[in-house]
Design a protein around this ligand. Structure first.
Ligand SMILES: Nc1ncnc2c1ncn2[C@@H]1O[C@H](COP(=O)(O)OP(=O)(O)OP(=O)(O)O)[C@@H](O)[C@H]1O
Ligand SMILES: [Mg+2]
Length: 362
């Protein structure tokens, strides 16, 4: 079991000691010495924070409350050299997981930490399951609604397009001098109708249930194709696209749909990255699972939007449809995989697709 731990403590020797113990146990550890640095380091990252009660720029109890508000699934363990009834009561009110006296025996600390980590993981799993159920339900409702609506809109739109071409033909029979001022607005209307048809097509594609053609595919080849296809986009948008896609990884899946998954995630990363920013694609194999990370150096997904970005039609872009992530999520789920978002190593978002590896044929 590996967790993301934040140590907030200004006693360097003590911090180094704990860091070594936790790192040896396989945890990922960040250490900071003040409340301000803790707020920054914890954001969208921390699972369990171990906080000293007395910090140079504030007290641990208020920090604990802030950390819990910012990261509702995380837990805080308060460590103190001077226990008092007041600070114990304040820490209970702040919702801390445990309140320990320093120096505290390492086995006791580890046992408390272990329980806190298990609790955090159970909470996160519960939230993730609820989110997936909600997305699936919304997709189904929106899908049916969109399909119905798109069909209804299509008929009058086709009729309008037909009448427009009749009008255009008649205008072209007029004197050349009068044609110009009439044809310009007609062309504009025709372009707008085309745009509407395009949008309807997208919606209909979204509404149709996904049909996967499952074959044995090498994920590396899928990613290489996507990279070749998208690299000109990266250049045009002035973002540095790098990739490290390791060994072949066989997946039972639909290569076309998988390509769509990584295209959507990379295009979002391009949108998020600033000019001259970075987007990185990496793969990692972990037992029976292969993970693909798409990282960018943009601002990341604000925590209040984390729950919403997989919802159909949720978008923060003026020209976005908000269908990219729901479609991506649906494709990944149909492959028996998961799509998650977190804070990435480039400072922006990290979208991770985890897919089960195919059983070898022999
Ligand atoms: N890499 C990212 N960094 C920050 N925010 C992101 C990132 N990827 C997605 N988002 C947020 O999630 C929202 C939904 O993304 P989604 O791909 O579903 O739709 P879109 O990109 O807005 O529109 P479309 O994909 O249809 O063009 C985005 O509008 C953006 O706010
Ligand atoms: Mg998108």
């Amino acid at each position: 079991m590996s967790a993301r731990l934040l140590l907030v403590e200004d006693n360097d020797a003590y911090v180094e000691n704990l860091k070594e113990i936790f790192t040896d146990l396989g945890h990922e550890v960040r250490t900071v010495g003040s409340c301000a640095a803790a707020r920054e380091a914890a954001r969208d990252w921390v699972q369990v924070a171990l906080v000293d009660l007395k910090l140079p720029d504030g007290d641990g109890t208020s920090l604990a409350r802030e950390l819990k508000e910012e990261n509702p699934d995380s837990e805080v363990i308060l460590l103190t050299g001077h226990a008092s009834m007041e600070s114990a009561a304040a820490s209970v009110r702040a919702g801390v997981w445990a309140y320990l006296m320093k120096p505290c025996a390492v086995p006791d600390l580890l046992a408390t930490l272990d329980k806190a980590v298990r609790h955090v993981e159970a909470q996160q799993e519960k939230r993730e399951l609820a989110r997936r159920a909600q997305v699936a339900e919304k997709l189904a409702t929106v899908g049916t609604l969109t399909a119905g609506l798109s069909h209804e809109i299509r008929n009058p739109l086709n009729a309008a397009a037909l009448q427009l071409s009749v009008l255009e033909r008649r205008v072209r029979k007029l004197e050349p001098g009068v044609q110009g001022p009439l044809l310009d607005p007609l062309t504009l209307v025709r372009d707008e109708i085309r745009r509407l048809e395009h949008i309807l097509q997208d919606f209909l594609q979204f509404a149709r249930p996904l049909h996967l053609t499952i074959r044995q595919v090498d994920l590396r080849l899928v990613l290489e194709k996507v990279l070749a296809f998208i690299s000109t986009d990266a250049e045009r948008r002035r973002v540095h696209l790098t990739a490290s896609i390791g060994h072949p990884a066989l997946i039972a899946g639909d290569a076309d749909q998988l390509r769509q998954v990584f295209m959507n995630l990379l295009l979002n990363a391009f949108d998020a990255a600033p000019e001259q920013g970075e987007v990185r694609l990496t793969t990692e194999t972990d037992g029976d699972v292969v993970e693909v990370h798409v990282d960018d150096s943009g601002p990341g997904v604000p925590s209040e939007q984390l729950q919403r970005i997989f919802e159909p039609f949720f978008t923060t872009k003026s020209k976005g449809s908000g269908l990219g992530l729901p479609i991506t999520h649906a494709i990944v789920s149909q492959h028996g995989g998961t799509l998650t978002v977190s804070r990435g190593p480039l400072g922006g978002a990290r979208f991770t697709v985890s897919l089960p590896r195919a059983k070898s044929p022999q």
